[in-house]
Design a protein around this ligand. Structure first.
Ligand code: CUA
Length: 207
């Protein structure tokens, strides 16, 4: 394949695009906009810019980002799946010492209802939905994600201090949505004991 004609073609496309953009801008300039209106347009643009900036900076410093990969699961057969069968839910420590927490969201609760986790330790949560779209938000952490049926949402977070943390559903999922919450007990690192359980394989963290 010859590179030169392709390159010329792309350059032509870019040039055309730029010319159109310039025309558009000239036309835009020709429209009469009142001085006051111009000011308000500028102010609203600045406000939008400020908000987008705050969100970007906040996401950067708090490590908020979309899940890194797409992992699918059959939501209708969670109880039959190896990983999300009832006995495997909750807290586990894998062979490498990573703390993995498997949780199921369903109308209208998160299961298991209650878990104990250590503070100041990276915890990898794997969330699945057994019915509709839910969300999960844990205040004071970077835990905020949608739980889309058919997909596993994996997020790693750390609880800075011991205490009781609420786990809230933040996607409207039905009439009981505002009652859909549970809590997590965060225990001081030295007092926490790993649960004795057979370790399940699954996910990126403990392959
Ligand atoms: Cu689950 Cu809202």
């Amino acid at each position: 394949m010859q590179i030169e004609p392709l390159k010329q073609k792309y350059e032509q496309i870019l040039r055309d695009f730029y010319a159109q953009l310039r025309d558009f801008y000239t036309q835009l300039r020709a429209i009469h906009v009142d001085q006051l209106e111009r000011k308000w347009i500028t102010i609203s643009m600045l406000v939008i810019g400020l908000f987008v900036g705050i969100i970007t900076i906040d996401a950067f410093f708090h490590g908020v980002n979309p899940p890194s990969k797409v992992e699918t699961i059959d939501s209708a057969k969670l109880h039959l799946s190896k990983e999300f069968a009832e006995d495997n839910l909750g807290v586990q420590v894998d062979a490498k010492g990573n703390v993995i927490i498997r949780m199921v969201a369903g109308r209208y609760s998160f299961f298991p209802k209650h878990i104990d986790v250590p503070a100041e330790t990276p915890l990898t949560f794997r969330w699945v939905s057994m019915d509709v779209l839910h969300g999960v938000h844990i205040p004071m952490t970077n835990m905020s994600t949608m739980i889309v049926p058919g997909y596993v949402a994996e997020i790693t977070t750390t609880f800075p201090k011991p205490g009781e943390y609420p786990v809230l559903c933040n996607e409207f999922c039905g009439l009981g949505h505002n009652h859909m919450w549970s809590n997590i007990s965060v225990i001081a690192k030295e007092d926490w004991k790993a649960p004795v359980k057979a370790v399940v394989k699954g996910g990126s963290t403990n392959e």
